[in-house]
Design a protein around this ligand. Sequence first.
Ligand SMILES: *Cc1c(COP(=O)(O)O)cnc(C)c1O
Length: 465
Amino acid sequence: MAIKYVPEPFRIKMVEVIKMTTKEEREEKIKEANYNLFNLKGQDVYIDLLTDSGTNAMSQEQWAGVIRGDEAYAGASSYFNLVNAAKDIFGYDFIQPVHQGRAAEKVLFPTILKKGQYAISNMFFDTTRAHVILAGARPLDCVVAEAKDPSKRSKFKGNMDIEKMERLIAEHGVENIGLVVMTITNNSAGGQPVSLKNIREVSNICKKYNIPLDIDAARYAENSFFIKKDEDECKDMTIKEIIRETFSYGDFFTMSAKKDTIVNMGGLLGVKDEKKYSDLILKIKANCISFEGFTTYGGLSGRDLEALAIGLYEGIDEEFLKYRIGQMEYLAAKLDDAGIAYQAPVGGHGVFVDAKKLFPQIPYNEFPGQVLAIELYKEAGIRTCDIGSYMLGNDPDTNEQLQADFEFTRLAIPRRVYTQAHLDIMADALIEIKNRAHEIKKGYKITWEPPILRHFQASLEPIQD
Ligand SMILES: *Cc1c(COP(=O)(O)O)cnc(C)c1O
């Protein structure tokens, strides 16, 4: 079957050479890396799909902006360009640049969450979860049930489970819920989108109980594209109109700009109503100065602020988004043809292959997602990562290995970096591995691990038959 594709809405002006190694070399390299893909050198990777975070290709306009960047410590023109762009797109009164998404969390959460409180989300991203805990509160995940069934093709699998949210509030008591976080798109569930209707409903519940709503907005542009494509009542709206309405339902947003705003480093924090939250804004500024730097640079260089101001507009261009989501759909269609399961329908920033389906013989505590990640590297020099039990880690109290809801291998696609030929290599490599999957009898065991966030640093070893 001929699979449809959306051609690149750009041409290439500058190239970066990548090198294919031999299979023998890769087997040696991954062994030297203790079977942990984070330990590989970038130059030993042919196609790097470890993450879509900060791995974007900037445009000629952004690079021109880098040269124009104003490096004044205070009041740089690049700061005003960024704030004006962000106010225009999101419609918020107050915008604070920070160096990345987790910095926005670190600056905002302690000003809102009190010790012993809870925060509810459609699903917390790792660093967001960590900053809720660091603020003394507890995170509660509340995604719709269908998100946990990779083969169930329903739209907006990233949504909040509204009934469960009401139940959680009743169970824990309104006064103990300090914050609600809507993650768009829902990264941990596979880049799955959240509908505008769901955001509106969540916002209504928050208003009813007087709980503030934070939008974790790393992939707000991809989410808006899905809303336009799949939510009937929004099909005639522009991407910008959808973004405006989405953000109108929040009180704050925290954003990693390393994703949809197509830069390599940056973050934003927004507060919608300057008057209502004037005291909070003072605390945000104080935290920013302590942790990030003066308020008009927030841990970024002037050149970063300038590139980000331009990237905000490039990232919401509908032609770009059509091509971007088109890449995911092209790769997913190839996997459909080959009978390879993934979190379906495909989400916004990558394809999350169902490694549990591919290796039914490998139990969760031998890490099927990591097995596939290692095989992809050995097969074609492709670097991906496990989103499963290997990443989840151990129970902090009993130290037992936890079993994750999914065993995914994530192929995260950087923006404007890889071509259709690269997508074909990814699909071909997965098909090769599928054909010999039954020959792989055993997974991996961990020989060393740090106490938290172990997947970045752990050492592994193949289990012998
Ligand atoms: C990446 C990400 C973050 C954290 O951002 P960093 O820039 O990596 O610090 C927070 N939330 C979501 C949903 C993300 O994808």
